[in-house]
Design a protein around this ligand. Structure first.
Ligand code: PHE
Length: 500
């Protein structure tokens, strides 16, 4: 019985032979694009008609820079030879002279110096170079490897070193050679039926009645189908939504406000002294935009007064300069506590009467050094409760209830200092796999120096928690970059389910 094959497979099978051929050979022979031939070859191999042998070859090539060093010599060796010629193998010589003698300049100087040190040809100290008299630059492994690079046969470490220096590129190529099998020969002998069959029933086939006579392609219900990934909500965003649900369920209302805000709302309202390290300690991103003009004047006066002279009978201000220009400077907010200030002051909504609870899950920006627990931006879970007679117990109870929703039941509290809260607590949770204590937030009860200018005359407890850290505790991620930012794994984004 003839074998029915789609057009391309039939052509490839007929062009195949018991002698090895590459995909390109077959593409030439069939006049089909190589991709089509590759697909047909694999389909035919699956049916046993063809055999495929894959060989991987490694191509090593010098980069332009590598080629230049091959003729001119490696910069560090030129430096070494010039140093020895100048007598640096006996007494240290001025580096400038040696560089000049070696004819090194521009970026090549740095390259020469760092590799000179890395390969221990000598040392540079206080502007003078010394050379190790026992070294022989003609046995330098990297120089030899540059010569021999394209012929292969250099050891892996040296090759690695040259690749890292961008002097060498290494590329792997896979070639496939194809041969006809006995089953393929049998199939050819029995004959090939080159018909694709009709894959889709069309209105035209129906109206003309041709559907009665055409050959329909058979469905292969066991064939591997392509996986189609639809769009999905980022797990971090999903977690933010969960947090919003939980806090709303706990009776909180959501706050909103600007990402770029005046230092007044970000810092001054929080009784952060303008000349205090705490103010640079936030290390915020200052924006080159006109100063804020819409600050409430009476609040501005009261905040200035609190900073200068303090609040209450025996209150102490900072007695240090307080400048309105600084307060009007616009920054990216380093925390979302700016929103709490806007709401507590009544500037964002009508005056709020106790008891009241507010929250936000919004981005904050800090000029941190990026590492496993820090990015330049993060989502802060801001919140506060305004009521009569609040205590640290209320704060702890609220956190315990909140984190329980996410399966986190082993919180730790540690006293800390904030210019705007007293007492203040940092919050820690245990990482589910490493067991390390990870800081997840900071909290406290606002001081009179904050509340008095805002004209709030009951207690307010408040906090800022990091959404990413919460997520690390939930997912077991050990690096914040695994949950937020461009390095997040696609498979994680596609499959992660956020539950609570
Ligand atoms: N602003 C603090 C932070 O960013 C969090 C905080 C908010 C602490 C409110 C106390 C009160 O870490």
């Amino acid at each position: 019985m003839p074998t029915r094959l789609p057009e391309a497979q039939a052509a490839v099978l007929e062009a195949a032979s018991t002698d090895e051929q590459t995909i390109d050979d077959l593409a030439d022979a069939t006049d089909l694009p190589p991709e089509t031939v590759t697909g047909a070859v694999y389909d035919l191999a699956e049916r046993g008609f063809l055999a495929i042998e894959e060989t991987t070859t490694t191509d090593v090539a010098l980069t332009e820079e590598g080629d230049r060093y091959r003729t001119e010599g490696l910069p560090e060796l030129r430096l070494y030879r010039a140093a020895v010629a100048a007598g640096a193998d006996r007494t240290p010589q001025p580096l400038g002279d040696v560089l000049e003698a070696a004819d090194l300049e521009g970026a090549t100087v740095d390259i020469a110096l760092s590799n000179y040190a890395r390969k221990d040809y000598g040392s540079i100290e206080a502007g003078e170079i010394s050379a190790d008299p026992d070294r022989d630059p003609s046995t330098d492994a990297e120089a030899a490897a540059l010569e021999a690079a394209t012929e292969g046969g250099i050891d892996d470490d040296t090759r690695e070193a040259l690749v890292r220096r961008d002097l060498l590129t290494v590329e792997e190529h896979t070639t496939r050679s194809v041969t006809l099998t006995d089953a393929g020969i049998d199939a050819l002998m029995e004959g090939i039926d080159r018909r694709d069959g009709v894959g889709q029933l069309t209105p035209a086939l129906l109206t003309a009645g041709d559907w009665r006579d055409v050959d329909f392609a058979e469905y292969n219900v066991e064939a591997d189908a392509e996986t189609v990934y639809g769009g999905t909500i980022h797990p971090l965003r999903q977690t933010a939504e969960r947090v919003k649900d939980v806090l709303t369920g706990m009776g909180f209302q959501e706050m909103a406000g600007p990402h770029a805000d005046s230092e007044f709302w970000i810092n001054d309202c929080l009784f952060m002294p303008q000349d205090h390290p705490a103010r640079t300690h936030w290390d915020q991103f200052a924006l080159d935009v006109p100063p804020a003009t819409d600050l409430p004047e009476d609040l501005l006066d009261r905040v200035r007064e609190a900073h200068r002279n303090g609040v209450g009978e025996d209150g102490e201000g900072y007695h240090s300069p307080w400048s309105e220009a600084v307060a009007r400077q616009v920054d990216l907010r380093g925390h979302t506590t700016s929103l709490s200030m806007r709401y507590l002051s009544g500037a964002a909504t009508d005056d709020i009467d106790p008891p009241a609870r507010f929250f936000s899950v919004e981005k904050a920006y800090r000029n941190d050094t990026i590492d496993a627990t820090h990015l330049l931006e993060f989502f802060q879970i801001e919140g506060w409760v305004m009521a009569e007679d609040l205590s640290v117990r209320d704060l702890m109870g609220t956190f315990t209830e909140f984190y329980e929703h996410f399966g986190i039941t082993d919180l730790r509290f540690k006293p800390t200092y904030n210019p705007y809260t007293e007492p203040s607590f940092e919050l820690f949770g245990h990482h589910p796999t490493t067991g390390d204590l990870i800081e997840v937030g900071n909290s406290g009860l606002f001081r009179p120096e904050v509340l008095d200018p805002l004209e709030v005359d009951c207690d307010v407890m408040a906090w800022g928690l990091a959404l990413e850290r919460l997520m690390m505790l939930m997912t077991g991620a050990e690096d914040i970059r695994d949950v937020h930012g461009t390095l997040v794994d696609l498979a994680f984004l596609r499959s992660e389910e956020v539950v609570y």
